[in-house]
Design a protein around this ligand. Structure first.
Ligand code: FES
Length: 286
């Protein structure tokens, strides 16, 4: 798979192997992943900074240097969606104790570093002391969930026969109907008064179901759950917030059924999950 270049300066790739254990609480209700954790790779550039290999929704056009990071999805017993986030653990590095958040998902090392670009590394929700419940909460990009802003995202809102149009038929006036039902949400940002909001794109689609069914990629099988895919919705070019079927202008660039960034026309395919390497920025206080 291609390794993307990044605009950030290159770092030394010297790494150190540290044993650790991630608490199992974070895995409640999380399908497809066995007992996890194990080892952490740390980097001399600081906690959570340095060379990182992540899984992303693929960047297929435009100036963005790579795709946007996937957030593995889990459900609670009432069908509410949460984004999996690894617990922080203390590790010793070069004589000092630092806190890293990493775990293994489908054979891939998944960590807080995946989100450490575009200033997100300094957001409250990414700090070790963040008190966040990991639920996705609706923001205001799509009309169908305008009355739900601030409420938690629930699987039932995407199913046919309920209050809303089902994901297999949903459409707006952009692109084709039935290719996927999107929601815009926030993550690890509650009770912050609108500050440090982490935007998320959620899509439920038969294309996600097909992708999971036809792949032998264990990360995809574990992270994309019940037809849902989620990503941190910060364009890796200059950090705008793109959208899936959110802007009619996307059609001009053939992106009406993709995630499109209207700032400089980067396009992301949410139904293609690929590997990307980049230089994560360290959390500032460390
Ligand atoms: S394409 Fe430039 S910020 Fe998205």
């Amino acid at each position: 798979m291609p390794v993307d270049e990044d605009k950030y300066p290159a770092e030394s790739d010297r790494r150190r192997f540290v044993k650790g254990v991630v608490g199992s609480a974070a895995l409640t209700g999380f399908g497809g992943v066995g007992a996890i954790t194990v080892d952490s790779l740390t980097n001399p550039s600081g906690a959570g900074g340095g060379t990182v290999i992540s899984r992303v929704v693929e960047n297929v056009a435009g100036p963005a240097p790579r795709g946007m990071p996937v957030i593995p999805i889990e459900f609670d017993e009432e069908g509410y969606l949460r984004g999996l986030f690894p617990e922080y653990e203390e590790v010793e590095e070069q004589g000092r104790v630092i806190q890293n958040a990493q775990m293994e998902v489908g054979g891939v090392t998944y960590g807080a570093e995946w989100f450490q670009y575009c200033g997100v590394q300094s957001y409250a929700g990414l700090q070790p002391d963040a008190d966040q419940d990991n639920y996705f909460r609706y923001s205001n990009e799509y009309e169908w969930h305008a009355d739900l802003e601030g409420e938690r995202v629930n699987r039932s809102h995407f199913e046919p026969g309920g209050e809303f149009v089902g994901y297999e038929e949903w459409g707006n006036d952009i692109g084709d109907d039935g290719v996927g039902k999107p929601a815009s949400a926030t993550w690890r940002s509650q009770d912050q008064g609108g500050k440090d909001t982490m935007p998320v794109q959620i899509i439920r689609s038969t294309q996600v179901e097909e992708l999971v069914e036809n792949t032998d990629d264990e990360f995809v099988q574990a992270a994309l759950n019940d037809g849902f895919v989620a990503n941190l919705n910060k364009c890796t070019h200059f950090c705008c917030v793109p959208g899936f079927k959110a802007t009619s202008g996307a059609a001009k660039f053939g992106a009406e059924n993709d995630i499109y960034c209207q700032c400089h026309q980067s396009v992301y395919d949410p139904f293609s999950i690929v590997e990307a390497q980049f230089t994560a920025l360290p959390r500032p206080e460390e």
